[in-house]
Design a protein around this ligand. Structure first.
Ligand SMILES: NC(=O)C1=CN([C@@H]2O[C@H](COP(=O)(O)OP(=O)(O)OC[C@H]3O[C@@H](n4cnc5c(N)ncnc54)[C@H](O)[C@@H]3O)[C@@H](O)[C@H]2O)C=CC1
Ligand SMILES: CC(=O)C(=O)O
Ligand SMILES: [Mg+2]
Length: 368
């Protein structure tokens, strides 16, 4: 198969969809890999390293799209990239289309066969190709939250760990999945007072077993959310209903209950965010203020730690990418229901139920 590796164009997105080691695996399996010039530079991989393992470096982005049967990326296509695609092309990347109707329409109109990393499942449960980025985003969420609590960055001037004689900061994590767990580990490590809210009793029990009295667990309901955020210095939004837009759990009015210059990090922003006031920001200007609450809503947080992220991401995406290349997409989907769960659009059909529901577009499952 002919595979095109595209350089990301999102603001301050430095990850790349394939490392030289990944390219080597494709080439050794008999595939041709076109690498857009400098695609890997932001993650520390030079063109020469790709060339050494057999990639063809190409400067002309349109030519790569024209010549490739499968495009491998990290982030969703941006509007400037829509015209590059051709009918029947395979796209293997994060899509997050539940909160991005124009992109969904483009993929449907162009009949792109789009496999989204974030809806691929596994036999052990969970979302294996989202997990590594959620681990990173969770850890970063606490790190960024701690930074924006600093006065020069607009925060209320609170050190999360406190010091002897002065109380610790309060961190509230809404959604205790992978992002939540990793945010929690970092917050506990910093010595903060941590509260985790989730709708899953078993998930809360897991936290209780893991952290004991270091973490307070609460059922995620209106009463508990309102009380928790009113006492918080840092609130981390980390809910997910796979494929769907995030539920809005905190309204603009609710922010008035929060402390002045407290901080929200809405990691769920790529699925639309779980705060009414969240809107996507970029690493070059990551925060804004609403009702005296600092909002950090970067939708590609892992892009900031591009080397760690690229190694973690590609370690999990390579297997399915190789299966698609080796068997052809249709056979790979027929053989693996977990990969089929990753399929979001095919031949003009929206093939993921949760995504279709969020977009109010008919769900048209496909079988192979
Ligand atoms: N901004 C960024 O750069 C990144 C964003 N993400 C996003 O972070 C979000 C979370 O991802 P994961 O932790 O991997 O998902 P996950 O599926 O592991 O965890 C989600 C958790 O939310 C809980 N939940 C669902 N509804 C809830 C509610 N009403 N109240 C409280 N909890 C609720 C679930 O029970 C689950 O435990 C996703 O939207 C994901 O795409 C992930 C990586 C990077
Ligand atoms: C998951 C995601 O959106 C990211 O890593 O950017
Ligand atoms: Mg994202």
């Amino acid at each position: 198969m002919k595979i095109g590796l595209i350089k990301e164009i999102k603001v301050h997105e430095y990850r790349v969809g394939l490392t030289p080691d990944c390219v080597s695996a494709y080439v050794n399996a008999g595939h041709t890999v076109f690498v857009e010039k400098d695609a890997g530079v932001g993650a520390g991989f030079e063109n020469s390293e790709y060339e050494k393992v057999g990639a063809i470096i190409e400067e002309n982005k349109q030519k790569i799209f024209d010549d490739s049967e499968m495009i491998v990326k990290v982030k969703e296509p941006l509007p400037e990239e829509y015209d590059f695609f051709h009918e029947g092309q395979i796209l293997y990347t994060y899509l997050h289309i539940a909160a991005d109707k124009p992109q969904a329409q483009m993929l449907l109109e162009k009949k792109v066969k789009a496999v989204a990393y974030e809806t691929i499942t596994s036999s052990e449960g969970g979302l294996p190709c989202l997990t590594p980025m959620s681990e990173i985003a969770g850890r970063l969420a606490t790190q960024e939250g701690a930074k924006y609590l600093e006065k020069p960055f607009g925060g209320r001037g609170v050190l999360l760990g406190g010091v002897p004689g002065v109380k610790r900061g309060n961190v509230v994590i809404i959604g205790g999945g992978i992002v939540g767990l990793n945010a929690c580990k970092m917050a506990v490590g910093l010595g903060a007072n941590v509260t985790v809210l989730d709708i899953s009793a078993s998930r809360l029990a897991f936290y209780d077993d893991l952290f004991g009295s270091k973490v307070t667990t609460l059922f995620s309901n209106r009463t508990n959310i309102v009380k928790a955020i009113s006492e918080a210095d840092l609130v981390i939004g980390a809910v997910l209903i796979p494929g769907a837009t995030a539920p809005k759990l905190i309204s603009k009015d609710d922010l008035k209950l929060m402390k002045k210059n407290s901080v929200i990090v809405d990691v769920a922003i790529d699925q639309g965010g779980c705060f009414e006031t969240s809107k996507a920001t970029y690493h070059d200007n990551p925060t804004y203020v609403v009702n005296d609450v600092v909002h950090y809503c970067v939708a590609n947080m892992p892009g900031a730690v591009s080397l760690t992220s690229t190694l973690a991401l590609t370690a999990t995406t390579l297997r399915h990418g190789l299966a698609i290349a080796n068997k052809g997409l249709e056979k790979a989907l027929a053989d693996d229901k977990h990969l089929l769960n990753g399929l979001n659009t095919y031949d003009g059909k929206l093939t993921n139920e949760a995504v279709a529901k969020s977009l109010d577009i008919p769900y048209e499952p496909v079988t192979f």
